[in-house]
Design a protein around this ligand. Structure first.
Ligand code: BT5
Length: 326
């Protein structure tokens, strides 16, 4: 831990003032070094009050996803987040996770960035990830399963995000099958899972999660279908706190279900079930009603022709969600 991180840790521990002398003694550095590190923290957005003869007091923290800020919220001895790579800007946290994975980074490594310049959705689509307004992160997992057995991880991630959003904001976050988290009829989070594997072995699996937290508006093409936690609640949510919460939930789910299954909770959170849906298969448009989620995570659809089909991937439009008319 650097002197700056240690200083922040001491300031966080108490609401009382800490004198420069005490800080210098406890950190084992000079008064001048305490002052210098205090200025570094201020430059990062921390508000530190100083009062003559009393000392210093932390009165405000920035909405930062720095390692120190995430660690301050990550209590306990979980594996997810034991290694954190926090970057001001990156092409895509999934791409960085692959680079880290190829270089041997351990299971549970978290890559988080303030901004993504090439944020990705599925099938090469763009994920809008401006600086400061969302939580963009990826988790590097090394499960011991076959490549075809890992589909559950996207569903677990969606449940973990719903739990995290619900506990921090009280918003009724739900899931649009398979990988969107929605509030009401709008998308607040998308999940892109990628993997590196051989036929018989997964090198690593990467759920990449993007949650819109502070956006006050969206580009016109997204305005009708995207929302943020700020737009829903009028309040600012700490990205570091949300990240820590989602990691805790994801690790608990992973420990219980692995990556090949998922909890019953997914079904109850899924807004697609019970609604009219449409999809395209082999160039043909199919409409029907989603009736459930199969054991392997596929969406079960009763078509208008009375045939029951299982949809395991692809786009499924859901009546009313994102303003769709099916
Ligand atoms: C997704 O794809 O929803 C997966 C998004 C995953 C993003 C995370 S961020 C961390 C990690 N690093 C990455 O590079 N990616 C992951 P898909 O289901 O294909 O949806 C993409 C569509 O969502 C786009 O075509 C837009 O219509 C819409 N979209 C783009 N940006 C959005 C945003 N910020 N909020 C809501 N909708 C958005």
């Amino acid at each position: 831990m650097t002197a700056k991180d240690e200083l922040l840790r001491l300031l966080r521990q108490t609401d009382a003032y800490l004198s420069g002398e005490e800080l210098s003694r406890r950190l084992g550095v000079t008064r001048a070094a305490v002052w210098k590190n205090m200025e570094l923290l201020r430059a990062e957005g921390y508000t530190i009050e100083s009062a003559p003869r009393r000392g210093y007091r932390l009165t405000g923290v920035p909405d930062s996803v720095s390692e120190a800020e995430v660690r301050a919220h990550l209590k306990g001895d979980g594996v997810f987040g034991r290694t954190i790579v926090s970057l001001p800007s990156v092409d895509s946290t999934n791409e960085e996770a692959k680079r880290q994975g190829d270089a041997g980074a351990p299971h549970g490594t978290v890559i988080v960035a303030d901004e993504q310049t090439g944020g990705k959705g599925r099938l090469g689509r763009r994920w809008v990830s401006p600086p400061g307004s969302g939580l963009w992160f990826s988790v590097l997992l090394r499960p011991d399963v076959l490549p075809g057995e890992a589909a559950g991880v996207t569903l677990l991630s969606a449940v973990a995000v719903c739990r995290g959003i619900r506990s921090l904001t009280g918003c009724e976050a739900k899931i649009k099958w398979p990988n969107d988290v929605v509030i009401g009829t709008k998308k607040v989070c998308g999940i892109l899972t990628e993997l590196s594997a051989e036929m018989e072995h997964i090198h690593y699996l990467i759920p990449g999660i993007g949650v819109n937290t502070g956006n006050e508006s969206f580009p016109p093409e997204l305005a009708d279908r995207a929302t943020s936690l700020y737009l829903e609640t009028g309040k600012r949510v700490s990205r570091a706190a949300l990240l820590a919460e989602v990691l805790r939930e994801l690790e608990a789910l992973y420990d219980t279900y692995g990556v090949s299954s998922f909890p019953e909770e997914y079904r109850s959170l899924c807004v697609s079930v019970g609604r009219r849906v449409s999809l395209t298969r082999g160039g043909r448009k199919i409409t029907g009603t989603a009736t459930g989620i199969a054991k392997d995570g596929a969406l079960i659809v009763m078509t208008e022709d009375g045939e029951e089909i299982a949809v395991s991937s692809g786009e499924v439009l859901v009546q009313g969600i994102y303003g769709e008319k099916v």
